[in-house]
Design a protein around this ligand. Structure first.
Ligand SMILES: [Zn+2]
Length: 522
């Protein structure tokens, strides 16, 4: 069974008769939402799809935790942003755009990626937590938490190795209070009136204020109390979280106890999603500035393939995207199984069928031309789309659906990440290299040049190449070595390098006059 259905079943077991199933995710807009954070969104999204296909009514919510405090200046921010530490994200000007907060900038960026990814088949309600907190919606819950602050303190301390301190316990308040004068949370609470719910505090800037917490617009619960409060407020059944929250004694454990003992609810079903990496770059952590976003990834990955990989890997397994050969493997695998899926091929396991149910977009264009073939042919034309199509046709390759999109991805990938794969023919005969070859090797080159004087398909060229390279008196292994040697010779004669594009395809589609003059001594 697919992981999304396993989670859906777990949810139905815990909440058998809810009229509506609320699944949630949330991200703090402290920087660009990267492909590791995106897993949080996509996990709940696929679980929601699974619940829906089981006939359940589902409501999906996504929280922007933009009322959290700005704790430290990220690496790619201007250094003078240290002046904003202590303010909520929603009050910090965007370093990258005019007239909006840094929170809004990152929110818009991610929301645009969700549009491109087609993550709107099930409507997702975006909740902007600064608006919610400022509206007073959580006022009663804040008062409730402040009244039970000593119990909360004891729960939090029970997960720590050091002992609590009576003085600290007396002065503990589970809130961040943003000063109305300077906007920062550098406030000290002086007292709380249990009867009137009025909180008195003073700020480092010198001002002192009193406010009714039920109607205040500047108070936020600390994360481990905020989280379970919102589980109750939204009636949440499911919310995934990363390992930072799911470690032993981490915020999911603490918040679960607060949910039960302070707010009187059971915590929702949750699961820990694993990190997503990029080959050669390492794990994604927004704080280190390694920030590959879904938008960046979609410069080289088609949206459906991005969706495919998140659907394919069990949510607890880490996986990597790749700007190296990994990407070719991802495209090949997606295409191969897509053919089977579309043909209702029974050899495709149920798990994989579900993966395609989840990842294909409503306007999916179905099968498409092979990524690696395009990566060989497109550079030969100087990335001319019409010419590429013509060459593919000559080589017997049909260009299927979404050709333009895949062409653009291949071009971006080669030009930006694999420029060394854009092979260029040598300007003239490689005399120096030719001189190092044996007579037998020169003979094979001559046979190939003769053969290529007339038109042949990719398959015919492949058959002929092995025919002239292989020696029937040798073992399979010895012949494989011969093949390696000869391919190296061909590549050196054509490109002056030990490696090159897929040779049969190249010889079938490239302009023959251009390469023939490089294959035999003139
Ligand atoms: Zn102040």
């Amino acid at each position: 069974m697919h992981w999304s259905f396993e989670l859906a079943q777990e949810i139905l077991k815990k909440y058998p008769d809810r009229k509506e199933y609320v699944v949630a995710s949330g991200i703090s807009p402290s920087g660009s939402v990267h492909i590791g954070n995106y897993r949080e969104f996509v996990t709940q999204y696929y679980v929601a799809k699974a619940l829906k296909s089981m006939g359940k009514k589902v409501r999906e919510i996504f929280s922007w935790d933009e009322f959290d405090r700005f704790r430290k200046v990220p690496k790619n921010f201007p250094a003078d942003y240290a002046q904003y530490i202590g303010k909520p994200y929603v009050e910090i000007p965007s370093p990258y755009s005019q007239g909006e907060s840094s929170a809004k900038y990152f929110e818009r960026e991610f929301e645009s990626a969700l549009q491109k990814l087609g993550m709107n088949e099930i409507p997702v309600q975006m909740i902007y937590q600064a608006d919610e907190y400022r509206s007073g919606r959580y006022g009663k819950a804040i008062a409730e938490a402040i009244k039970k602050r000593k119990q909360i303190y004891d729960i939090i301390m029970s997960f720590k190795t050091q002992d609590g301190d009576e003085g600290e316990r007396e002065n503990y308040y589970p809130v961040n209070v943003y000063c109305p004068d300077c906007g920062k949370d550098e406030t000290t609470i002086l007292g709380f009136d249990e009867k009137t719910d009025v909180l008195t505090y003073k700020c480092r800037c010198g001002h002192e204020h009193s406010t009714d917490v039920k109607t205040a617009n500047n108070i936020k619960l600390v994360w481990k109390v905020d989280w379970p409060m919102r589980w109750r407020e939204e009636n949440i059944c499911f919310e995934a979280a990363g390992i930072d929250h799911h470690s032993e004694g981490g915020s999911y454990d603490v918040s679960s106890r607060i949910a039960r003992e302070i707010f009187g609810i059971e915590p929702p079903v949750s699961t820990c999603y694993a990190w997503v990496g990029i080959r050669g770059v390492g794990n994604m952590h927004s704080s280190t500035g390694i920030n590959i976003t879904p938008n960046q990834l979609m410069q080289v990955y088609e949206p459906e393939i991005l969706r495919y990989l998140y659907a394919k890997y069990p949510v607890g397994d880490a996986f990597d995207f790749g700007y190296d050969d990994t990407i070719i493997r991802h495209y090949m695998e997606f295409d191969r199984n897509l053919e089977k899926y579309l043909a209702h091929d029974e050899s495709l396991p149920e798990y994989d069928r579900t993966v395609y149910d989840l990842c294909l977009m409503p306007k999916s264009q179905g099968s498409r031309v092979n990524f690696s073939t395009l990566a060989t042919v497109a550079p030969l034309t100087g990335f001319n789309q019409a010419l590429t199509l013509k060459m593919l046709k000559q080589a017997g390759v049909t260009a299927l659906g979404n050709f333009e999109e895949r062409f653009a991805k291949v071009k971006f990938w080669l030009e930006n990440y694999q420029p060394e794969r854009i092979y260029k023919l040598l300007p003239e005969f490689n005399r120096a290299y030719y001189a190092t070859l044996t007579d037998e090797q020169k003979g094979v080159l001559k046979q190939l040049a003769e053969f290529l004087k007339t038109n042949h398909t990719e398959n015919e060229i492949q058959t002929f190449l092995y025919q002239i390279i292989n020696d029937q008196n040798l073992t399979k292994k010895e012949n494989q070595q011969r093949q390696q040697t000869y391919f190296k010779i061909f590549y050196n004669m054509l490109f002056g390098r030990d490696a090159g594009p897929r040779l049969y395809l190249y010889l079938a589609v490239a302009n023959r006059a251009d390469y023939l003059k490089l294959l035999q001594e003139i």
